[in-house]
Each structure stands twice: as C-alpha cells, then as structure tokens.
Design a protein around this ligand. Structure first.
Ligand SMILES: Cc1cc2nc3c(=O)[nH]c(=O)nc-3n(C[C@H](O)[C@H](O)[C@H](O)COP(=O)(O)OP(=O)(O)OC[C@H]3O[C@@H](n4cnc5c(N)ncnc54)[C@H](O)[C@@H]3O)c2cc1C
Length: 324
C-alpha cells in the first residue's frame, strides 16, 4: 500500500491545480483519474469553444495561448497536457477510485488497481459522468444520446433535441447548420435566461422563423425506433424521429460522496456540506474542489471561479497541520 500526505481524486483542471499547489507546498501527493487527462473536457463536443477567455482557464502560472480569445476544446486539451508535463505532476490515469474510507485518522483509498493511504483527500470529481435521465420508455434505444460529439452523423436526419440550456441550444444550432431537421422539446416556456448572451438571439430567431421547430411546455413521453411521443399544452403528438439528443444536464456522484460520510444541505441543489473558508467537508481531512461543490447547481462553479479552491485547500491543510 502506497502512503501519501494527500490523494486528489480527479484530473480535471481543478484536480491538477490542487496537485500543483500540493507540489509547491512540498506535500507527497498523487492525482487519481478514472479516464484520460481532463477526462470531462475530452468528452465535450468536438467543436466546442469555451465561454471563458483563455487566461481565465490558466492554472499554475502556465500561460494559455489560443488563436482567438476564447479557446477551443482541442486547445484546452493541449494546454492541460502542457501544464501536466511542465509541472511534472504525479498523475495516475485510468485508475478509478472505487471507495474512500476513513480509519482512525487516515484515509484508505481503494482503486480498481491499488490501495493507497493518505492523511487527506480532495474530491475534484466534477459532474459530467451522470446524465439526468428522461426516465421514459425507449430511452435505452441506441438512437438516444446523452452526450453529443459532432454534427456529421445527424446530416439529413430528424433530430429531437431535449432541453433549453446552453448545451441543448448549441447542439440544436450546430446540427441544424450541418443539415439536420431539428425539433426542440422544451419543458419550460422559453429558452433559458442563462444561455450565452451572444447565442440566445440566434436560437430565438431560428425558432421564430421556423428553421428550428420548438415545442415549449412540452415533455417526452415515449421513444420508439422511428418516433418520439411528446405531451404539449394542446395534447399529445407523435413525431417522426431518427435521433434523440437529450441535453438535460448532469449531476455529481452523490452516492459515491455519501459513501465517504459527506452530508448534504436540505436545499433544492443538494449542496454538499463544506466550510467555504477552507473547502473542508463535514469529514475532517476530506476536501471538495471545483464544480462538485455546487451540487445540482452545476452553473455555480466553473474553472475560472473555482481554480482558487486549490490554494484555499492546501493552505488550510498546512495551517491545520493535518499533514505534518
Ligand atoms: C460544454 C461545457 C462548456 C464549459 N465551458 C466552460 C468555460 O468556458 N469556462 C469555465 O470556466 N468552465 C466551463 N465549463 C465548466 C468546466 O469545464 C468544468 O466545470 C470543468 O471541467 C470543471 O473542472 P473540475 O476539475 O471541477 O471537474 P472535471 O473537469 O469534471 O474533472 C473531474 C474529473 O474527475 C474524474 N473522476 C470522477 N470520478 C472519479 C473516480 N471515482 N475516480 C477517479 N476519477 C474520477 C473525471 O473523470 C474527471 O476527469 C464548461 C462545461 C461544459 C460541460
């Protein structure tokens, strides 16, 4: 069993930032990642552009140069690879953490490959692994996708896009521009206010002119190989359909967090309990960093406003002498 001062779970931007701070502080640490480096970003749509400008995504004082002010997914992948190599971070990829248990004052971390012991643990788990399901008949059909990669497969196809937030809007516009026949099914009565201000008029005008069809106050009831049945304010409708792109959002791994003893506020977002001054959870020595801190409020934390968690956590660790 390998012993460390600190185990960081998740090699997203915030897990990497925590590794950098730990290294600067002289702590022995390891970052454990179940997939590839910055696994969530790797799974974002291929043509995605960040809404943040590149300098706001920087960590560890490594400059992020991109060809336009807002970087693309592939520029971000290249950037975080470079951060990892220039800081020589101790990252183990493709090693999923299956359990974290506190025994006495030490944490036992069990992965698919090894066991580790640590004096402190940071959970930088993100929220991109568990999509909200539609929970309707036919959802398991191969034509139903909860992740979107690129528009080409949808050329000439009847595509239903479910949702009204940024991802759904981006997917509807991109697939329509590449030749899909797009219908949006939207539970609310309008496109979300939180949609990027430079994109919102685009989708609203495409809907107004009828290029993209939209059913508001409507929900999916059933999916079959050739159709989608929806409820609308004027009754149920059955639409011909080839693909369903369910862009209904994602949620943090609550069960995994609960299994470690983390408790949650009784609020609408199921916000995990942590001290905002230190990022320490209700379990002493177990810290939360990055977007996982927002619970179901997945638009509260981003890379740009949560990269500071790394410094806060490591200075608290040093101050409390949890790690000697
Ligand atoms: C389409 C899209 C666009 C975005 N654009 C922006 C933007 O422009 N600006 C911005 O600031 N933010 C943006 N965000 C948000 C931002 O990308 C994410 O918030 C960011 O990736 C969060 O970083 P993180 O390190 O907290 O979590 P993540 O990047 O999600 O990293 C979590 C990591 O933990 C790993 N993991 C999970 N469970 C385990 C386990 N059991 N064992 C081991 N590893 C595990 C995951 O594989 C993942 O690599 C965007 C998000 C999306 C979805």
């Amino acid at each position: 069993m390998e012993g460390k001062d600190l185990v960081i779970i998740g090699a997203g931007p915030i897990g990497l930032a925590c590794g950098i701070e730990a290294q600067k502080a002289g702590l022995s640490y390891i970052i454990l990642e179940k997939g590839c480096l910055v696994n969530s970003i790797y799974h974002y749509p291929l043509n995605m552009t960040f809404f943040s400008t590149s300098e706001r995504l920087e960590i560890g004082n490594v400059p992020f140069i991109s060809s336009s002010p807002k970087p693309t997914r592939s520029e971000a992948l290249e950037y975080y690879r470079r951060v990892c190599t220039s800081w020589k971070l101790n990252v183990k990829l493709y090693e999923k953490v299956e359990a974290v248990k506190k025994e006495d004052r030490l944490f036992l971390i069990k992965t698919a490959k090894y066991n580790y012991q640590a004096k402190a643990v940071i959970l930088a788990l993100g929220f991109y692994d568990l999509p909200y399901l539609l929970d309707v008949e036919g959802e398991a059909l191969p034509k139903v996708k909860h992740y979107y990669d690129e528009p080409h497969p949808y050329f000439g196809q009847k595509v239903a896009v479910i949702g009204a937030a940024n991802s759904a809007v981006d997917v509807a516009l991109e697939t329509w521009r590449k030749g899909a026949e797009v219908t949006m099914i939207i539970r609310e009565s309008s496109i979300r206010e939180s949609v990027k201000y430079w994109v919102k008029p685009d989708i609203e005008n495409r809907i107004k002119e009828g290029s993209i069809k939209a059913f508001f106050d409507s929900e999916v009831i059933r999916i079959t190989p050739g159709t989608i049945e929806i409820s609308t304010p004027v009754g149920n409708e059955i639409l011909e359909n080839d693909f369903v792109l369910a862009m209904t959002g994602y949620q943090p791994p609550f069960d995994f967090m609960k299994s470690m003893g983390i408790t949650f506020h009784d609020d609408e977002y199921n916000t995990p309990v942590y001290d905002e001054e230190t990022m320490e959870s209700n379990v002493t020595g177990l810290y939360l960093g990055g977007v996982v801190c927002g619970g179901l409020k997945t638009n509260k934390w981003f890379i740009e406003n949560s990269r500071v968690h790394a410094e806060i956590i490591i200075s608290d660790l040093q101050r409390k002498m949890v790690v000697k």
